[in-house]
Design a protein around this ligand. Structure first.
Ligand SMILES: Cc1cc2nc3c(=O)[nH]c(=O)nc-3n(C[C@H](O)[C@H](O)[C@H](O)COP(=O)(O)O)c2cc1C
Length: 381
């Protein structure tokens, strides 16, 4: 019997789900996690973890959308390593700590959030579900966390703001060659109470994603991308000095896509309020380090002067704990959220956030920590 059944009474599995000799589900290369997926059959409606959302999303999405969402750059080495890096690190639990009362709440840039997990900027969410970014924004607000809206969203900043008035939200910036396009979007975000600008710095050009090339990826005709990253060119000349222009809007600037101590130092020197250690989910330069492997050197370079966040490969509450132990203030989730959105819109994102929140909560208790703030470097190898 699957022990999870007693813990999660609402979970419904086909009988075959418990038969380890059953035919394993069809797993496409690079989709559901190869180490975790085999051995149990396809779950029916209520997935119990992010991997199962991933499988269901793959079945639900058309091949065009799935290729775009699931793919990485080149050989996808970095994309896979983002996952593997979490497996290489082991937790070091402390026992006989009073954990009768555990909270997952923390703060990021002074904003209180219900769990140390934010929503990463992800392009074209209406391609995953008709409600797109509105569903994500509502689920993020309900979970008391921050959603970062992408420049390449399929919903305007103004509409997102109207859907979740008062909820904390950030706006992700790609700087286009035609700067006026970018300025227009930032102005709309500022007017609509977005509280920080997240500048993505790992994409002077889009990475070469071979799944997209192979399938001849097309934006579905019924969708309009707010900042069209496919037809408009980025400003590949944008450099550190230009950060001051962005800071001129008066919002904290968070620099997303840092992987080295050197760049962390420069980001801080040029006024970054926070840094996101990220390799864009393995979609830009293939062959770079896993985000988790780059985290420690960035945290050491920043030396407490700014908050450091991480994204890339987070699929489990225990992944979040490992990132916290290595010095991240919180993490962002990209695909994990997206699979929930694809499967079940707002409900799916809500459920993914709640599954992860519960995993973090139980993980904290078993690690001997009463809150995210109690997790230290000594809690991971
Ligand atoms: C389908 C997809 C679209 C993305 N679009 C953007 C984007 O518009 N802007 C951005 O800064 N990052 C974008 N990213 C990168 C994410 O913000 C984040 O860095 C990444 O998804 C984290 O890895 P994970 O998917 O393993 O969680 C995108 C990632 C994916 C998978």
């Amino acid at each position: 019997m699957n022990p999870r059944r007693t813990q999660e009474p609402e979970t419904v599995f086909e009988t075959a789900a418990f038969d380890r000799s059953a035919t394993p589900p069809r797993v496409r290369k690079g989709s559901a996690h190869p180490l975790r997926a085999p051995g149990y059959a396809r779950p029916v409606p209520q997935p119990v973890n992010v991997w199962e959302y991933e499988q269901l999303a793959e079945e639900k999405l058309d091949e065009n959308a799935h290729a775009y969402f699931a793919g990485g750059a080149g050989d996808e080495v970095t994309m896979r390593d983002n996952l593997a890096a979490f497996e290489r690190r082991k937790l070091r639990p402390r026992v006989l700590v009073d954990v009768q009362s555990v909270t997952t709440a923390t703060t990021v840039l002074g904003t209180e959030i219900g769990l140390p997990i934010l929503i990463a900027p992800l392009a074209m969410q209406r391609m995953a579900h008709p409600d797109g970014e509105l569903a994500t924004a509502r689920a993020a607000a309900a979970a008391r966390t921050i959603m970062c809206l992408s420049t390449a969203a399929t919903t305007r900043p103004e509409e997102v703001s109207a859907a979740v008035p008062g909820a904390a939200r950030w706006f992700q910036v790609y700087v286009f060659g035609d700067r006026s396009k970018t300025e227009e979007l930032i102005a709309e975000a500022v007017e609509n109470d977005f509280s920080a600008l997240v500048l993505t710095v790992d994409a002077p050009y889009l990475g070469r994603r071979e799944r997209d090339i192979r399938i001849d990826f097309k934006i579905p005709e019924h969708l309009t991308v707010v900042g069209d990253i496919f037809s408009a060119k980025f400003d590949a000349g944008f450099s550190w000095r230009d950060l001051e222009w962005l800071a001129g809007y008066g919002l904290p600037v968070i620099v997303k896509g840092i992987l080295t101590a050197e760049d962390a130092e420069l980001a801080f020197a040029h006024g970054a309020a926070a840094i996101v250690v990220s390799n864009h989910g393995g979609r830009q330069l293939d062959g770079v380090q896993a985000s988790l492997d780059a985290l420690e050197e960035v945290v050491a370079a920043v030396d407490g002067r700014a908050e450091v966040l991480l994204d890339g490969g987070v699929r489990r509450g225990t992944d979040v704990l490992k990132a916290l132990a290595l010095g991240a203030r919180a993490v962002l989730i990209g695909r994990a959220m997206l699979w929930g959105l694809a499967v079940d819109g707002e409900q799916g994102v809500t459920r993914v956030l709640e599954l992860l929140r519960k995993e973090v909560e139980l993980g904290l208790a078993l690690l001997g920590c009463a809150s995210p703030a109690d997790v230290t470097r000594a809690h991971v190898t």
